[in-house]
Design a protein around this ligand. Structure first.
Ligand SMILES: [Zn+2]
Length: 303
């Protein structure tokens, strides 16, 4: 998120510089404003050397407007009376007001330079906002670089999900597991917690996950999957049937019923009633489920 901001701010302010320099006819060098010495040059320079050009532009804009203002004020405050041609000079605060000619008493409306509106509050605000965004840009950039700004939860979730999937899909069994989502929320300091939702053997379940991230690197740990014994039974049934299907002697075997109970940690034990023709035989097994795959141990072999 912040990284995106580091791109958006220079692009948007560069566009503003282009438009603003065109409106003001503010040249880049001391030569008069022109095609090679105007908004295009400002825009390109600002876009590629933002951190130097943008503050420079703000400074040049400030100086340019001040000079223009002083010139216009000088022109507007010195004029000849339209009635008797006497030379008049008014003070800055009299610009835009009606004054009386010192020679003939004629009331004269003094012109008010347009740039007075641009200057004052407007110019000060633009300069302050501009310099403020430069300062914020530098601070955010440095802190992001040093890792002092904690990564955004959404960014971290995406990074952990990618790493989690890579590791999971590096094993043949894990390749069958789909990672639907991984959402982390910030707890405190470097700690984040959340859950991964996966689909394995057609079952959807969540695995709690805790992550530590110092801004540069992260480390995660998964907890006990939130999978019900009904889900486990269905998953084990599917796995057993797929194994039987590969064995010519057991091709015809079906599972009449299957029950699983949790022993401790990730250990389970269960019993399956196998049916072949009219015969039924029980199959006892121990299973270890690490969240994605099962390890079976048969307690009593099938007769
Ligand atoms: Zn006069």
């Amino acid at each position: 998120m912040l990284t995106i901001l580091l791109w958006i701010v220079p692009v948007l302010t560069s566009l503003w510089v282009a438009v603003d320099s065109r409106i003001l006819k503010l040249p880049v060098t001391k030569k008069p404003y022109g095609l090679n010495n105007g908004c295009v040059a400002w825009f390109l320079s600002c876009l590629f050397l933002w951190i130097f050009t943008f503050p420079l532009y703000l400074w040049r804009r400030h100086e340019f407007l001040k000079l223009q203002y002083e010139q216009e004020v000088r022109i507007a405050s010195e004029f000849a009376c339209p009635s008797c041609s006497a030379e008049m000079a008014v003070r800055t605060e009299q610009l835009g007001a009606v004054v009386a000619c010192h020679a003939c008493g004629q009331k004269i409306q003094v012109t008010n330079p347009q740039c007075r509106k641009v200057l004052g509050m407007g110019e000060a605000l633009v300069t302050t906002l501009g310099l403020g965004s430069c300062a914020a840009f530098i601070v955010v950039g440095v802190l992001l670089f040093t890792g002092d700004i904690k990564v955004d939860s959404a960014d971290l979730s995406a990074q952990v999900k990618a790493e989690f999937e890579t590791r999971l899909h590096s094993t043949p069994e894990g390749r069958e597991v789909e990672v639907n989502s991984l959402i982390l929320t910030h707890v405190s300091g470097n700690d984040y917690k959340g859950a991964v939702e996966v689909t394995a053997e057609g079952e959807n379940y969540q695995i709690p996950i805790t992550t530590t991230c110092d801004g540069k690197s992260f480390f995660y740990e998964t907890g006990k999957p939130a999978v019900t014994t009904e889900q486990l039974s269905r998953m084990i049934s599917k796995l057993l049937l797929s194994r039987f299907a590969k064995n010519s002697a057991m091709k015809e075997v079906t599972i009449a019923s299957l029950n699983v109970v949790h022993v401790e940690g990730n250990k389970y034990r269960g019993i399956a009633d196998l049916r072949q023709g009219n015969e039924t035989s029980p199959l006892k097994f121990n299973a270890t489920f690490d969240g994605f795959m099962f390890l079976f141990e048969l307690v009593e072999p099938v007769e």
